[in-house]
Every structure is written in structure tokens, then in C-alpha cells.
Design a protein around this ligand. Structure first.
Ligand code: PMP
Length: 426
């Protein structure tokens, strides 16, 4: 495979990339970089969970976890482990089912069908319900909005979080803007962590809607990839100090700590929001799966146990992220055809290609047997207005398959980028 240099003309890059792409298609690869799933080796780190809780079935407070009664808020010993990690006081933290997405869905359902603390009425009766969607962002947040008929308003991301000048202008002038999606640490897909100033401004900004909510999806709270373990400011505390105690819903889960889809999800919020949520949850289910929560508490033990466990994940993930960085640098640095993120944590790399090229890169990669998240998925309504951003999910494939896929992706970026440059010249 040829490595381009600054000296090459677009026509030369194109000719080389066409040859490389043809050779790539010829190889008949079948590689998948679509979803941020843990690899089998990462899941093996939690193998002991499969034999827990053994013959034990009582929680620390004596609750019989095999039965209906007790712990509607989730087991205290598990909430104690995650309270500090998620920056939520333990009494304001709920340990729930297996998916934080479910909790986000339920908070929306509750806001539409019931009345949130501080709300003047149900969102179902509101003239308009819109959410700010920092973009690029997480496609499943956008799917939830579509399901609930929530209008999505894109907000540009910066390296400090969403562009707060835009956010403040929109929320202060429009009572139809009821919420914002945030992935505040190692965001999906660009790996950005919100600055203290961003957190403070989100907590204290004036909102036209009295029932405005921040959906704070802290999915990657403990998912570090380097020695620099990024800390973000405490949103719940900042909201309370700013006189907006009910503004934030904090979400997290062990989906990428223990077993994806078979872990425990958390919701943290103000005392009023927690009461509101539990009242609704009590009608929906008699209680959470306490056996799974007990198993998790016994396995993870304490916050330090979680940190140590996450270092095991890092050992497996870091070489993969380093490989992505190394190959993209070798194949694309200096070409002017792409830029990419070098995240300090989380599960994704954001690759930006030339404007108007992302869909075509994904299509050319698919031709070569490399499946990527559809271009546009990182934006509301699946529409990336610049058709520029591609999300790379390096966690699942084995290292050699990942390397092959990123080499192939780089070929597609060069091919499509050079095609555009040549066309623009003509
Ligand atoms: N939020 C974000 C930002 C995610 O990236 C993911 C998983 N890809 C989730 C939520 C899903 O979490 P859960 O399994 O707890 O629903």
C-alpha cells in the first residue's frame, strides 16, 4: 500500500488510490466497525459474574433478592459503589434495569404523559417540544427524539462541549426547547469532555421553559484510555447551587464495564425528580432485578474495584485506539483529506473527511467488505449537513482485523478525497 506525501498531485493520489481500492475489493474482506461493542476478551474480564452471587441471595440490609419486596431504588451497596463515580449523592441515585437507554426513554415518556417537577403541564399537551442535539452525537438519542416526535435542533460541538453561546441563545428565547442531550465525558463520537465552564453555564443558564431538562448521559464516566483520567465538573451540584436543582437527569450503566446489555443502569437526579421517577417506575415494575445488582456489587466490591476493573479494559482497548491513530497518521497525515480525534477515553474515533465525501467513503468501504456506521448517523435525522463525519468503533474486532479495516478505510478516504479534488480542479 502506498503512503501519500505532500508532493503528490490529486491526480497521482487518485491513480494510486484506485489501484489500492481495486486490490482491496479483490481481497473480499468482511470486517465490521459499526457499533461500539466490547470485544469477547473484554467480556471475559467479567467472567466471575456468571458464577455470582453463588448461593447468596441476601442484600446487605437483609433484603431477600429472590423475592419481590424491597429496594425499589436498587440495592444500596451497588448505589454506594457508583455514587461518586457518577457524581450523584447515594440517596439520589437509582440502580435500575439493564439499559440506561431505557431510563432515558422512561424519563421522556414520563415527561410526555405525566408532569415533571416544575412543569406547567404534560409535554404531550405542549405546542412544541424540541431538544438541542449537540452534533455529532449519539444516534440512539436522535432515535428516541424521533419516536417521541421531539424536534431536534443541532448545536455545533467544540472541544469544550456544545457551543454554549448557541445553547444559551436557543434555550433563553424559546419555551418549546425542553431539553438537551449531553455525553459529557469522552463523548460519542468525538471523545470530547466538557470543560468546567461548559458545565457551569449549562447549570446556570436562563431557560424559557420552566421544565427544561439536561439529559446527562455519562456513559463513559470511567472509561479511560490514557493515564490522564479526565474528571468533569459535578453537574447535579452545579444545578443545585445555581437554583436549578431539578434541571439534570444523570444516566450511566455498566454496559461497557461488565456485560453489555446484561449490566445495571443508573439514574441520578434531584430528590424531587427521583421521587417523581420512582413513583412512575413503581407502576411499571414491582422492582429491579436485585439478583443482578447483588452479583454486580459482589463482583465490583467498591469504587476502587471499578477503577481496577476498568484498567483491565484499558489494557485491551488502548492498543486498538493506538493502531487507529498510527494507521490514520501514516496513511492520511499531510494529505489534507481527513482529520480525526485522538480520544483519551470512551469507545469512538471521529473521522472527518472532505465536505461532501463521508457517504461515498462509507459506500466505497462497504464495497471492500468494511462495514462502517452509516454516514449521517452522528447527526439529527441522519443528516450531516456537511456530509463529513464518520464514526469509527475500534473496540470489537481483534487487533489484526482492526488494522486491516483501518488501512482499507484510509484507502477509501484517499480515493474519494482525491476524486473530489480532481473533480473540483476540472
Ligand atoms: N449512551 C451512550 C453515549 C452510548 O454510547 C451507549 C452505548 N453505545 C449507551 C448510552 C447505551 O447504554 P445502555 O446499554 O446502558 O443502554
Amino acid at each position: 500500500m502506498t503512503t501519500p506525501t505532500n508532493a503528490e498531485t490529486p491526480a497521482e493520489i487518485l491513480a494510486a488510490a484506485r489501484r489500492d481500492h481495486a486490490a482491496l475489493v479483490e481481497r473480499g474482506l468482511s470486517l465490521n466497525l459499526t457499533r461500539g461493542k466490547p470485544s469477547a476478551r473484554q467480556l471475559d474480564l467479567s467472567a466471575d459474574l456468571l458464577s455470582l452471587p453463588g448461593d447468596r441471595h441476601t442484600a446487605a440490609d437483609g433484603t431477600d433478592c429472590r423475592n419481590y419486596a424491597g429496594a425499589p431504588q436498587g440495592l444500596l451497596e451497588l448505589r454506594e459503589i457508583f455514587a461518586d463515580l457518577l457524581q450523584v449523592p447515594v440517596e439520589q441515585l437509582i440502580a435500575a434495569g439493564n439499559a440506561s437507554l431505557e431510563l432515558m426513554h422512561d424519563c421522556l415518556a414520563g415527561a410526555f404523559l405525566g408532569t415533571l417537577p416544575g412543569a406547567e403541564g404534560r409535554w404531550a399537551d405542549a405546542e412544541r417540544v424540541a431538544f438541542l442535539c449537540p452534533a455529532p452525537g449519539y444516534d440512539r438519542h436522535f432515535t428516541l427524539c424521533e419516536r417521541f416526535g421531539i424536534e431536534m435542533i443541532p448545536v455545533p460541538m467544540t472541544d469544550q462541549g456544545p457551543d454554549m453561546d448557541v445553547v444559551e441563545r436557543l434555550v433563553s428565547s424559546d419555551a418549546g426547547v425542553k431539553g438537551i442531550w449531553c455525553v459529557p465525558k469522552y463523548s460519542n463520537p468525538d471523545g470530547v469532555s466538557y470543560s468546567d465552564e461548559t458545565v457551569q453555564r449549562l447549570a446556570s443558564m436562563e431557560t424559557a421553559a420552566p421544565d427544561f431538562r439536561i439529559f446527562w448521559d455519562n456513559a463513559y464516566a470511567v472509561h479511560h484510555l490514557t493515564d490522564e483520567e479526565v474528571e468533569i465538573a459535578d453537574l447535579l451540584a452545579a444545578c443545585a447551587e445555581s437554583g436549578n436543582p431539578d434541571r439534570a437527569f444523570v444516566f450511566g450503566s455498566t454496559s461497557k464495564v461488565t456485560f453489555a446489555g446484561a449490566g445495571v443502569a443508573f439514574l441520578g437526579s434531584s430528590p424531587a425528580n427521583v421521587r417523581w421517577y420512582l413513583e412512575r417506575a413503581g407502576a411499571r415494575s414491582i422492582g429491579p432485578d436485585k439478583i443482578n445488582q447483588l452479583r454486580h456489587a459482589l463482583f465490583l466490591k467498591d469504587a476502587e474495584g471499578v477503577r481496577a476493573h476498568m484498567r483491565g479494559h484499558r489494557e485491551l482497548l488502548q492498543p486498538k485506539f493506538e493502531a487507529v491513530e498510527r494507521i490514520l497518521s501514516k496513511q492520511l497525515a499531510g494529505t489534507g483529506l481527513a482529520t480525526w480525534s485522538t480520544p483519551k477515553g470512551g469507545y469512538f474515533v471521529r473521522l472527518d473527511v472532505l465536505d461532501g465525501c463521508a457517504r461515498e467513503v462509507v459506500r466505497r468501504a462497504a464495497e471492500a467488505g468494511i462495514a462502517l456506521t452509516p454516514a449521517g448517523a452522528t447527526h439529527p435525522y441522519g443528516e450531516d449537513p456537511q456530509d463529513r463525519t464518520i464514526r469509527i468503533a475500534p473496540s470489537f474486532p481483534e487487533l489484526d482485523a482492526l488494522e486491516e479495516a483501518i488501512e482499507g478505510l484510509a484507502v477509501c478516504v484517499r480515493l474519494v478525497g482525491a476524486e473530489k479534488l480532481v473533480a473540483d480542479q476540472g
